[in-house]
Design a protein around this ligand. Sequence first.
Ligand code: FAD
Length: 355
Amino acid sequence: MTSKRVPSQTIAVAGAGLIGLSCALELSARGHDVTLFDPRPAEMSTGWAAAGMIAPAYELMLQSGPVDSAFAAFCFESARLWSGFAKLIKLQTGSPVALSNAPTLALARNTEEQARLDALADLLCDLGRACQRLSGRTLQNQHGLSSSVMSGLQLPDDTQVDNRRVIGALRRHFSAEGRVITSAVSSHDEMEALTGKTFDTIIWARGTAETGSKTEVKGQAISLSPVPGQPANVLRFGARYIVPKADRTIIGATTEPDFKGKGIDPSIADLLHEEAARILPQLAAANRLEHWAGFRPLGPVERPLVGPKTAREFIATAHYRNGVLLAPATAKLIADQVEGLNYESAFSVFAPAPG
Ligand SMILES: Cc1cc2nc3c(=O)[nH]c(=O)nc-3n(C[C@H](O)[C@H](O)[C@H](O)COP(=O)(O)OP(=O)(O)OC[C@H]3O[C@@H](n4cnc5c(N)ncnc54)[C@H](O)[C@@H]3O)c2cc1C
């Protein structure tokens, strides 16, 4: 990953959010001269609002329509790449990112959710992926969950990383090297005028600024102080989740495609907290630390847009619910395409339509 295989290029990355930073890391590790542009602090990016789940298996259940096999392969490939990517972040920045290896537990609270988990188990089996069915009693006795949980599935491919540590470490690293220009950009000429550099290649990774405001999906989430005896696993139930981190437990999230305002609704915080406490009763007494809203970048379909726009311009956006999961594979796909290498031809379907 770190060997320089082609001549070094001077590369501009528009957007220093999770995806732009990940592309910048991969490209600079390969010896390219990378400059990032972003007018806002990392704390205002969507990646900061995320829960950090790396969830290729559970995502299969959330996708609408039939299984998108190229997308599923990209998700599992990216989850596999996370271990090396976390090591690369640590090597380049000195900061660990708390990549967990605890498997996610997907939970059913009623017969409808149980049927969906059964279908997911069958699908994972067809794809040759592992999963293990768990009884309600096992989940209660071994993981301390409440009797409202009927059954579950253990998903070894699904885990989590601390997304704020990832983004914070990469932003600090590139800023300390003088490689982050704090300006909004929308053209090649602007980037050259701001830096006095001539860029061989441009990567457009401005999140919802690439996909447009009509394709943002709002998500509200809260964090609680960690409570003793809480399982180390990510817990998923329906569209909700409980994600334990060292310093906070994230409860999420809403999916609001037709939102009216960008603010937070206090009644949503109560709802999320109550639903989580029905799964893990000790969370009822946990202090609420934060409540926020983020805006997921969604393209024309539930697939990322990653690939060449023109000969020397590339796009990396529309990661919707899965920017954390897909960061390593997106960075590798972009870096390989920039270098004229063929990573995996099945992934060329993520390129934007010509024109
Ligand atoms: C509540 C919530 C929970 C989520 N949980 C998960 C999860 O658990 N797992 C997962 O995989 N995904 C999750 N996601 C999705 C994930 O956060 C996104 O897919 C990901 O952050 C997208 O990354 P990005 O870099 O494309 O966009 P962003 O993170 O938004 O970064 C885009 C950057 O571009 C900058 N920018 C904008 N305009 C310009 C401009 N003109 N010039 C230069 N820069 C510009 C912005 O300031 C920003 O820093 C979640 C999202 C939400 C909202």
